[in-house]
Write a protein that binds this ligand. Sequence first.
Ligand SMILES: Cc1cc2nc3c(=O)[nH]c(=O)nc-3n(C[C@H](O)[C@H](O)[C@H](O)COP(=O)(O)OP(=O)(O)OC[C@H]3O[C@@H](n4cnc5c(N)ncnc54)[C@H](O)[C@@H]3O)c2cc1C
Length: 409
Amino acid sequence: MAVMTPETLTVQCCIAGGGPAGMMLGLLLARAGVSVIVLEKHQDFLRDFRGDTIHPSTLEVIHELGLLDRLLGLPHQKVRKMRAQFGDLALTVADFSTLSTQCRFIAFMPQWDFLNFLAEEGKQYAAFHLRMQAEVIDLIDEAGSIVGLHARTPDGPLEVRAALVVGADGRHSVVRARAGLAVEEFGAPMDVLWFRLSRHLGDPTEPFARFDQGRIFIMLYRGEYWQCGSVIPKGSLDQIRARGLPAFRETVAQLSPFVADRVSELKDWEQVKLLTVQVDRLQQWFRQGLLCIGDAAHAMSPIGGVGINLAIQDAVAATNLLAVPLREDRLTLDDLRLVQARRAWPTNMTQRVQLMVQNRIIKRVLGSSAPLQPPLGLRLIVRFPLLSRFPARMIGMGFRPEHVRTSVV
Ligand SMILES: Cc1cc2nc3c(=O)[nH]c(=O)nc-3n(C[C@H](O)[C@H](O)[C@H](O)COP(=O)(O)OP(=O)(O)OC[C@H]3O[C@@H](n4cnc5c(N)ncnc54)[C@H](O)[C@@H]3O)c2cc1C
């Protein structure tokens, strides 16, 4: 049997995973003069729906990089308010137009467009390298330090040696598993079924969430179609499927009457994708020579749709703290510790709020068979609309918005 000699590369930083965290980190480090390679296992960025939100804090980062006009030149929708209906009570839960930032809206843009954009911008820098179809399979551990990784590519094995390996390979991270980093699981009472329905002229344009006895339904305006999410009790997909597609269509039509005329577009369960909700985080995000960021360090609940935002913020913070030590070949464990110290608080706070909403609201709604009484927080927002600034701040900016502190080298 022929054994292929691996192709070997040496860089200062090797990033596993070309999602929002990995691509933003690759761009920022290369811009700061650090030689970097991003390894992405897929052939392209075209994937199933996995969140299309670019939050005001991410747009602020893009603005700080001088790329805002270029990004907003791509097709997108601007969302300034998030609305919800809880039982009979309809309200604006978050009003982004009140934020004091460059962009007072969430830009909805297909994630692949955003990732392609980051890849194109990264290529402006000689220090930036991106390898598609490169699947990370293992780490290189020498005397307890991570000094690189092994990947599989269509051309054969690839070995990358680096002062720092970053696990940005999402919530099923191979890097964090191979590094043996301990994960704390928080559980979730729900899963989400995602599917599309066409959008018709005259439909509303704002995202919308409906909470009714035993049911939660979300609709995100995506230009020509609606990205719809049906929140279901965890593990109940088989029961829902057993009741049949007509019953599922009818539930959708009841929760969102204006799409009743097009639920027939759902012809097969194949069109309905399951997101298994998972909330967890690493106790320690790093080891000698290795750091995890984004979902690989902390898988977020979909509540508030903030996972992409946190992933980007981690990348910005990591660059601010690591670019100089990496460029000067003097990276230490303490530098990696500082990244976790910087990002742990906003991550923990966000997850704490998400778990509170999951356990106090989502669980109650999904388990109820009687008409719903809106929670106190929502009743207060109806009474004092200015309070919708707080959810807008939390969703739009997060607990500790990061700013680009590095310059082009
Ligand atoms: C259905 C769905 C809807 C969501 N909706 C929203 C939303 O509306 N707003 C929001 O903010 N967040 C949303 N999220 C969460 C959001 O997608 C994540 O929080 C965010 O993408 C995390 O970014 P990341 O870069 O850390 O990880 P990911 O986006 O998961 O990126 C990881 C990348 O690593 C690659 N990869 C994985 N393993 C390997 C390997 N071994 N080798 C090489 N590459 C590898 C993957 O292909 C992927 O490209 C949603 C998620 C899902 C699944």
